[in-house]
Design a protein around this ligand. Structure first.
Ligand SMILES: Nc1nc2c(ncn2[C@@H]2O[C@H](COP(=O)(O)OP(=O)(O)OP(=O)(O)O)[C@@H](O)[C@H]2O)c(=O)[nH]1
Ligand SMILES: [Mg+2]
Length: 431
C-alpha cells in the first residue's frame, strides 16, 4: 500500500499536505501524537501529530477501500471481509492462520483497534482545540468510529472473561487489554488499573497519554534494576552467569566482557565452571585469546577461589557456567556447592524471554537454592511480547541487570533500564 506519513503541528497542516500529495480522495489511515526530541520516552520533546494517509480509490484502484471498524467487527464475527484484508492490514501484518487460538485471534483484533482508538482520540482532541481546522465530515467519521470501537472493546473484554466492568474508564480498559495481550498476568494488570483509577481524577482519566504515563510510572516503581555491573559496590566486580541449557550464558559472558573492556576500560579475566568436563568452554577460550584476557576452566569451589584470588589485579571477572536442567538435582547440588556464598560473587540467573512463564518460575525456584542477585533476560529479539519479564520481576522481586537482543557479539547487549522495560510493555516511545 502506498502510504505516506507526515509529522505536522496540527491536522489542518496535515490535510494541506495530504491533499497536495495524494489528491482530494486521500484517506487518513491513522493518526497519533508523537514527541520529537530527547528525554525519557521522548517525554520532553515537542508534541507533534503523525498522520498516515493513503491515496483514494479513484487515484489508485489497488488501494484497499476505506477500512472501518465495522468491517473488522464483521470479519471477527465471520463476515465476508477477513481481518487480514481490511482493518488489521493497515497497522500490522497478522499471521494468516485460521486456526489461531481464541486469545491470539482476539489479540490480532484488539491491538490495531487500540492503536486506532488512541489515534482517533488524540486527533479529536487536536481538532477540538482548533475549530477552524475542522473538516466536519472527518470529525463526524472519527466520532462514529470511536463509538463503534468503544462498543467493540466492551464486547471483546466481556468475551475474554476478565475485567469488563462497563464502569471502568475506557482508557484504563484499553491499557488493561494492552498489558494483558502483552502477556502481563491478569491479576497484575487488574491491580495496576485499579490503582490508577483510585489515584486519577475524571479529567486525567480522559487523557489516554496521561493515563499511560501514570501506569508507566507505577511499573517503573515496581521494577528493580542493577544498572548492569555498575550497581556492584566493591571495586572488583565478579559476576557468575547461571541457568538452564542454551539460554545464552556463554554468549552473554562474551558480551559483558566486551562491554567491561570497551566501554569501561576495565581489565577483564574470564573463568568457566565446567564440573562435568563437557568442554563447552571452547567458544569462551577463543574469545579470551582474541581479547588477550586470561582464561581458565575450573571444576570445584577451592579451585575457583584460588583463581579469583590470583586475579586480584583485574577489575572484572566474568564467570561462565555449564547449563543444566532445573530438574537435574544432582547438578544443582554440585553448582550450589560452588556458588552458595552471598557477597563476593554476584550470581546472575540467565533466562530466555522466549520461555513460558511456568518454566521461568520453576527455573527460578530451583536455581534459587543458590543466592541469586540479579536476572539477565536473553533473546528479547525472539519474543513478540514482554509481559513475562514483568510477571517474573513482580513475582520474584529480583533486580534485572542486562537484556540481550540478538546473537551479535558484543553489540546485542543492553544494561536493563526501567524506561526500556516499561516501553517494551506499553510502547510509550511508539517505536
Ligand atoms: N536470538 C538470540 N540468540 C541468542 C541470544 N543470546 C544467545 N543466543 C544464541 O543462543 C544459542 C545458545 O547460546 P549459548 O551462549 O551457547 O547458550 P548457553 O546458555 O551458554 O548454552 P549451554 O552452555 O549449552 O548451557 C546460540 O546460538 C546463541 O547465538 C540473543 O539475545 N538472541
Ligand atoms: Mg555455554
Amino acid at each position: 500500500m502506498n502510504l505516506k506519513r507526515y509529522r505536522v503541528n496540527n491536522i489542518k497542516e496535515a490535510l494541506k499536505f495530504i491533499k497536495r500529495d495524494l489528491g482530494p480522495d486521500a484517506l487518513i489511515v491513522s493518526t497519533r501524537q508523537v514527541k520529537e526530541g530527547k528525554g525519557a520516552f521522548g517525554m520532553f520533546g515537542k508534541k507533534m501529530l503523525e498522520v498516515t494517509a493513503a491515496p483514494g480509490e479513484k487515484k489508485n484502484p489497488s488501494v484497499a477501500s476505506k477500512v472501518t471498524t465495522k468491517k473488522a467487527l464483521e470479519s471477527y464475527r465471520g463476515g465476508k471481509d477477513s481481518v487480514e484484508d481490511t482493518f488489521a492490514d493497515t497497522f500490522m501484518r497478522p499471521q494468516k492462520n485460521s486456526a489461531l487460538p481464541v486469545a491470539d485471534q482476539t489479540r490480532n483484533i484488539m491491538l490495531p483497534i487500540q492503536k486506532e482508538l488512541q489515534g482517533i482520540q488524540l486527533t479529536l482532541g487536536d481538532l477540538s482545540s482548533q475549530p477552524n481546522a475542522l473538516d466536519k465530515h472527518l470529525v463526524g467519521e472519527l466520532k462514529n468510529e470511536l463509538g463503534e470501537m468503544r462498543h467493540m472493546i466492551h464486547v471483546l473484554a466481556s468475551r475474554s472473561g476478565n475485567l469488563s466492568d462497563p464502569d471502568i474508564p475506557e482508557n484504563l480498559l484499553l491499557l488493561y487489554q494492552q498489558m494483558k495481550f502483552s502477556g502481563l498476568e491478569e491479576k497484575f494488570a487488574r491491580r495496576l488499573v485499579m490503582e490508577a483509577e483510585r489515584n486519577l481524577n475524571g479529567d486525567d482519566l480522559e487523557n489516554f497519554a496521561y493515563v499511560k504515563i501514570f501506569l508507566a510510572r507505577m511499573l517503573m516503581k515496581i521494577i528493580k534494576i542493577t544498572r548492569g555491573l555498575e550497581g556492584v559496590k566493591s571495586s572488583q566486580r565478579i559476576l557468575a552467569l547461571l541457568g538452564p541449557t542454551g539460554v545464552g550464558k556463554t554468549t552473554t559472558v562474551v558480551k559483558i566482557a566486551a562491554e567491561q573492556m570497551r566501554k569501561h576500560k576495565r581489565k577483564v579475566a574470564l573463568i568457566s565452571v565446567d564440573t562435568n568436563n563437557r568442554s563447552s568452554s571452547e567458544q569462551l577460550r577463543a574469545f579470551a585469546k582474541l581479547i588477550k584476557a586470561p582464561f581458565s576452566t575450573v571444576k570445584e569451589k577451592a579451585e575457583l577461589n584460588r583463581l579469583i584470588n590470583s586475579y586480584e589485579d583485574y577489575d572484572s571477572i566474568i564467570i561462565d557456567t555449564e547449563g543444566f536442567s532445573q530438574r537435574n538435582d544432582e547438578q544443582l547440588f554440585e553448582m550450589r556447592e560452588i556458588f552458595d556464598e552471598r557477597g563476593r560473587i554476584q550470581n546472575s540467573l540467565v533466562l530466555s524471554a522466549t520461555s513460558k512463564d511456568v518454566d521461568m518460575i520453576e527455573v527460578t525456584r530451583k536455581f534459587g537454592c543458590m543466592p541469586i542477585d540479579s536476572i539477565i533476560f536473553t533473546k528479547l529479539d525472539e519474543s513478540a511480547t514482554y509481559g513475562s519479564l514483568f510477571n517474573h520481576a513482580i513475582r520474584f522481586k529480583k533486580p534485572l541487570s542486562y537484556l540481550t537482543l540478538g546473537q551479535k557479539v558484543p553489540e546485542d547487549l543492553e544494561v536493563a533500564s526501567r524506561e526500556r522495560l516499561v516501553d517494551l510493555l506499553l510502547n510509550i516511545s511508539g517505536k
